[in-house]
Design a protein. Structure first.
Length: 277
């Protein structure tokens, strides 16, 4: 009886923590939706008003017209596709080399690569900018894509998956005259599809939502991406919070939908590598 009560209490506590955690995470998102539909005079009311007196759908129209939306959308799509494609190519090849090939200094090189993950990305911002400026790439797609064409974390993740594939498969393929690249793309890649898909999806979400680097590496409005468009809603006169929230929702909705429909691949991919959060 005592064990049953303990189990029930533990179950109740677990669900309570999960519900509170979910509410804490969803609260800013719900506030964003509410603010995006408020009239101007209700945005900064104290105490805050959660439900608008009248739904202002025109905020979305105003946000759409405030910036060259389709230009920003095109740039975001081009940059996201380019970064994701480059990372998949470099990640798959590097992970295969570290998992299957034997060469001098492999373990040391892999350890050094993993160690670079401890370096904050912000530290690399200025060196990357100076390098690209000297190459004359600023305000171009190359500047927005090149620094993110590979990822050490993705290499580590995929290397763990490739290493879990029995070495006997590789030896048998080599005995049958199969080249390394053919074995990689006909055997290892299909067997590692969930992990590769999760790497691609995480990169798509990260690239689509990137704000700082596109802001730094571009000068003209013709090269801006959608997240950078958020800056145009904050001026010296103040911030239009309702249109800002409307524009933010327009930006993040695609990534939310992508995640909702593909989250099982991310979970499968991470679980197959043996990593735990």
């Amino acid at each position: 009886m005592k064990t049953t009560l303990t189990q029930r209490f533990a179950k109740f506590a677990t669900y309570t923590i999960l519900v509170l955690g979910a509410a804490f995470i969803l609260l800013p998102f719900l506030w964003m939706i509410s603010t995006s539909l408020k009239p101007d005079n209700e945005v900064l009311l104290m105490p805050p008003k959660w439900i608008p007196s009248a739904l202002q759908w025109k905020n979305y129209v105003d946000a759409f017209k405030a910036v060259p939306f389709f230009t920003y959308l095109k740039n975001s799509i081009v940059v996201t596709v380019a970064i994701t494609s480059c990372e998949l190519i470099t990640t798959i090849l590097a992970a295969f080399a570290f998992a299957q090939l034997e060469f001098k200094g492999k373990n040391l090189l892999f350890m050094l690569l993993v160690a670079t993950m401890m370096v904050p990305g912000e530290i690399l911002t200025i060196p990357n900018f100076v390098t690209l400026a000297r190459l004359g790439w600023i305000d171009s797609y190359k500047a927005m894509v090149a620094p993110w064409a590979t990822s050490v974390f993705s290499i580590f993740l995929l290397r763990q998956q490739f290493a879990s594939i029995p070495q006997s498969y590789y030896k048998a393929a080599r005995m049958d005259g199969c080249s390394d690249l053919r074995y990689l793309f006909t055997v290892m890649v299909p067997m590692s599809r969930p992990t590769i898909v999760s790497v691609a999806l995480l990169k798509i979400i990260n690239s689509w939502n990137s704000y700082l680097w596109p802001l730094i590496s571009t000068n003209s409005r013709e090269m801006r991406t959608l997240p950078v468009g958020l800056a145009y809603f904050s001026t010296e006169a103040g911030t239009d919070y309702n249109t800002l929230m409307a524009f933010s929702l327009m930006i993040i909705t695609p990534t939310i939908l992508v995640y909702l429909f593909t989250q099982k691949y991310i979970i499968q991919g991470v679980s197959k590598t043996g990593l735990k959060g």
